[in-house]
Design a protein around this ligand. Structure first.
Ligand code: NAD
Length: 317
């Protein structure tokens, strides 16, 4: 496993990291003991960064992850969770709820320190509240040594620059962007230099686009429009027809950007995490990659957006 510095956090994170949303049963009904084995397998293979949220499976992801981490030395992993988004898609970015959420997450995870605490999906928030209320609450926790670092997450990219531009340097340590650096969308690349100049570490999530580029396909809640889903399916079908693995290609592509510290992949299946780590060491079939990118051209960077209208990215297509 390769490790990279996550911005200026002092954390050296594995190139591929573990996304725990599937432990909450968000893609399929999962067996908790299998999910726990997936986490343990990830750690055994050198993955050292684990991402979750109270929102995933209405706290189930954190609870199962906490069980998986019982008995694992605390220094063996970094843990990232989030505040602001809760069961049923309820958003509450108030300072009081953020602090309470942090304490609840610690209990569920069985830890008393969170390495990265993030405002979850700030495109659904009034950014003034994030800047004036939520981030200051997280900074209080950081100053008190209860958390290591402060982050923000979301789908549109403009929310990152608009927030970072308005806060003092050093406020935001990390951003988590998802579905924006993969075979069908590389838009995150356009803000990498900006984030580097602002000393913000970059976490890229969802190399398969939350299932777009996978055999299982997308869950019912996936926000992509039908044209994107069918456009991605053409690439999945092509790979299947020639006996190639679209997920392998997707992970190899998503982890290839030298300035992106880590890529979070989600799975509750130990065999999948083993395969996913293996893909990092396998040769890349560049000819196939070019062919798949060609197939995805009609939907390339035609990503979806969401959240409050003022936080939407402009969408091509
Ligand atoms: P992903 O692109 O990692 O895809 C997960 C899907 O791919 C699951 O259905 C999984 O079963 C499948 N999969 C994984 N490995 C596979 C393999 N080898 N073969 C076949 N299928 C495989 O999407 P994700 O899980 O949404 O993203 C990864 C993580 O990133 C999440 O778990 C979460 O922790 C984080 N994330 C955060 C945000 C946010 O903060 N707003 C948003 C998205 C993701």
């Amino acid at each position: 496993m390769h490790y990279r510095a996550l911005g200026l956090t002092g954390m050296n994170v594995s190139l591929l990291s573990y996304g725990a949303s599937p432990l909450g049963g968000v893609f399929r009904a999962t067996d908790d003991s299998e999910g726990i084995r997936a986490v343990r397998t990830a750690l055994d293979l050198g993955i050292n960064y684990l991402d979750t949220s109270p929102y995933y499976g209405a706290t189930k992801s954190e609870t199962v992850l906490g069980r998986a981490l019982q008995g694992v030395p605390r220094e063996a992993y970094y843990i990232a969770t989030k505040v602001g988004q809760y069961e049923g898609g309820v958003f509450d970015f108030s300072a009081a709820r953020a602090i309470r959420s942090f304490e609840e997450s610690c209990k569920r995870l069985g830890v008393d320190y969170i390495d990265v605490l993030q405002c979850h999906d700030i495109e659904f928030a009034d950014l003034n509240q994030i800047i004036n209320e939520t981030l200051p609450a997280l900074i209080t926790l950081r100053d008190a040594g209860r958390i290591g670092h402060v982050g923000i997450t979301g789908l549109p990219l403009n929310i990152f620059t608009r927030t970072i531009d308005r806060v003092p340097a050093g406020t935001i340590d990390t951003v988590l962007s998802f579905c924006r650096y993969g075979l069908n969308d590389t838009a995150l690349g356009s803000v990498v230099q900006y984030l580097k100049e602002n000393n913000v570490g970059i976490i890229n999530a969802s190399p398969t686009g939350m299932g777009l580029l996978s055999e299982r396909g997308v869950p019912s809640w996936h926000p992509a429009p039908p044209a994107m889903i069918s456009g991605a399916k053409r690439a999945v079908d092509y790979c299947r027809a020639i006996g190639a693995d679209i997920t392998k290609l997707a992970i190899q592509f998503a982890t290839s950007h030298p300035q992106i510290a880590t890529t979070l992949v989600g799975t509750a299946n130990p065999d999948n995490i083993r395969k996913n780590v293996g893909y990092l060491h396998e040769p890349i079939d560049f000819e196939l990659m070019a062919k798949v990118i060609e197939i995805l051209k009609p939907i390339q960077n035609h990503n979806f957006t969401r959240g409050r209208p003022e936080n939407h990215d402009s969408i091509i297509g």
